[in-house]
Design a protein around this ligand. Structure first.
Ligand SMILES: [Zn+2]
Length: 201
């Protein structure tokens, strides 16, 4: 698990990066930290127990089989990134922006994407169970062919985003807003919707 110690910079509420005493932003080695993150993703050595908040991760193609474990990337922007056959476990991506990112054949569980925005993203052929997508905004995205068992999309806004051929058993869509969302070949009847919030198939 990433350290819950606060940054030594006065007034900074962010968690420290490893045991450096400072958060990513107040770290004198900020550029090296980001470079090391990209390298660990791209060479497949993986990322574990780090907190890097409010960063920009652009154009990273993670090596197949790469693991992200017990880490924190809140408020980070991910653009044109690919995570294929990756495992993302117990990690925080709350209030992130994902633009043109691809998650394919991944194992994503016990992770938090709450409050994030997904624009032109793809999550396909993946196990995406027991995650929080509370309050996300998704536009022009494709979330098809996934197992979303017990994931939570309540309070989310899903627009022009398909969720076809997904397992939606115990998936929570309460108080969500869906527009042009196709649930074809999925099982929304086993998900949680409020009665008055109809879905379309
Ligand atoms: Zn700081």
């Amino acid at each position: 698990m990433f350290s819950l110690n606060k940054c030594a910079s006065p007034g900074c509420p962010a968690f420290v990066y490893k045991d450096t005493g400072y958060c990513y932003h107040h770290n004198p080695d900020k550029d090296a930290i980001l470079a090391s993150l990209k390298k660990q993703l791209e060479d497949g050595s993986g990322v574990r127990d780090v907190s890097i908040v409010n960063a920009e991760v652009i154009g990273v193609k993670a090596a197949k089989g790469c693991t992200i474990m017990a880490s924190n990337f809140s408020f980070t922007v991910f653009e044109d990134c690919v995570f294929e056959s990756a495992a993302i476990i117990e990690s925080f991506f709350d209030y992130c922006i994902f633009r043109r990112c691809t998650f394919r054949s991944d194992d994503i569980r016990y992770s938090v994407f709450a409050g994030s925005t997904f624009i032109e993203c793809r999550i396909n052929d993946s196990t995406v169970i027991h995650n929080s997508f509370m309050g996300i905004d998704a536009y022009d995205s494709d979330f098809s062919a996934n197992d979303f068992y017990f994931s939570n999309f309540s309070l989310s806004k899903l627009v022009d985003t398909s969720m076809e051929d997904c397992n939606l058993k115990r998936t929570n869509f309460r108080a969500s807003l869906t527009k042009n969302v196709s649930f074809r070949y999925s099982n929304p009847e086993e998900a949680f919707f409020r009665k008055e919030e109809g879905y379309t198939i």
